[in-house]
Write a protein that binds this ligand. Sequence first.
Ligand SMILES: [Ca+2]
Ligand SMILES: [Ca+2]
Length: 504
Amino acid sequence: MATATVAKQQQQQSQDDQRRIEEDLAWAEKGTMLRRVKKGKITNLIKVSIDERKFFNYYSSNILCSIIPNSLKAVPVTELLEVRTGYSTDNLHNASKKYEFQESAPEYVCFSVIFSHHKFLHKSVDFAADTKETRDRWVSAMNHLLSIAKAKRIHFNENQFLVDKFKQADRNKNGTLSFDEIWHLLKKMNLQLSESYARAIFNESEDASTRDLQLNDKEFVNFFERLTDREELRLLMKQFSTEHVETWTVDDLQRFLTEIQKFPDVDRKKAESILDTFEPGQQDKGQEKLMGLMGMRRLLNSRWGNILKPDHEHIFMDMDQPLPQYFCNSSHNTYLTGSQIKGVASVEGYISALKRGARLLELDIFDGEGFPVITHKRTLIEPISLKNALESIKRCAFDVSPYPVILTIENHASLVQQRLMAEYFTDVLGDMLYKPSKDSTRMLFPSPNQLKKKFILRGKKVNLPDDDDEDSPNEKEGKRGKGDDEEKKVGSFFSLRKCASFKN
Ligand SMILES: [Ca+2]
Ligand SMILES: [Ca+2]
């Protein structure tokens, strides 16, 4: 009886949640007026809305901007990455340094939408709502949109993708695609191929009955298939088909998954359900189920085509050995999004690396105007503040893994700013900062299990009188202030050079 009541309450709760989500989505579809924060300044009100649960739109209300096609300010839901509250992007963080900004756009009304961008990898658009309530409603609606996007990525529908791309490419809306329209699409998708090659495929894709230098939707699918054709996959299909054809029966698929991919637990029933997943809705009732080339390609992009051993998808190693015994997923020049020369330094780079499982990040620290910054030497990269970067790193460091994060410090800062650095590391990371004990160099380094949710600083020590480190970037500063107690304090943070080497 009690269990039945609990179950009923849970059901009621989930119905209520669903209703609220639907209400928030319908509200966001109507759209609201929000202020945008651009380059640290608050803009006039603009209309922001969700379109058919497929696009996130942020149009400008400026009459001049109304001639810009809406598609330029509409982000497909599949490109959304994250929604964040507060001052948690570079832009909002910089803007919030001004008191007037905090007054007119307090942290509790701000939110940011992050999406993938063809040039910078990530782009964030920052908004300030009029009230906290409006902000929270947007965050709820966007989070739901994100879960739709995630589901779409998992159940990627190639046909729908092609239909969408076809519509998107048809710029003059005449229902067919000219070569110029196709070429424009390929460039937008960042596909590196020569114009002559694309033109040859274009010509081959035209059906003999409609040779008009235009691709209709059927010819476009043909074009896509030719463009993405992979000879070796067709050979593989033939090799594993008992009939030596480019389709697989359930038995063929089962054999492939158990013999080649070495999945231990794929019986016939399981193989059939896998086939249904990757070749959905294409099976004639009563006929034998078959997987075609497209289905097989989808299969290879899933865990069933993963190069990793299935039992290695989870932690399988002994995680109680000293940390230097392990290889580490590391990220180099993490703060850069875009190119090394012209790109922008952004906390987004760190966030995305951590979300992809990196456990080692590199911080190139230089003197900034009054406080240390992260930047790339000898380039045009705009710096980001170290404090801001640390706050973002702390926020998402352990979202995908509890194991320690190593921050490699490439230290180019003056002693004055190094003191600030030390302060930031202690203040921002607090208890999560691993501090080696005095006799740590004589003991084994702790294990990943012992260091869960800890940050380890890796860098070079300031040259103290009894120090013989030759290539320390801090050499000069070290010599200048020998015996200074504060220097020792700074130095004590960077005392891992002997133990945290990852050469294994
Ligand atoms: Ca057209
Ligand atoms: Ca044609």
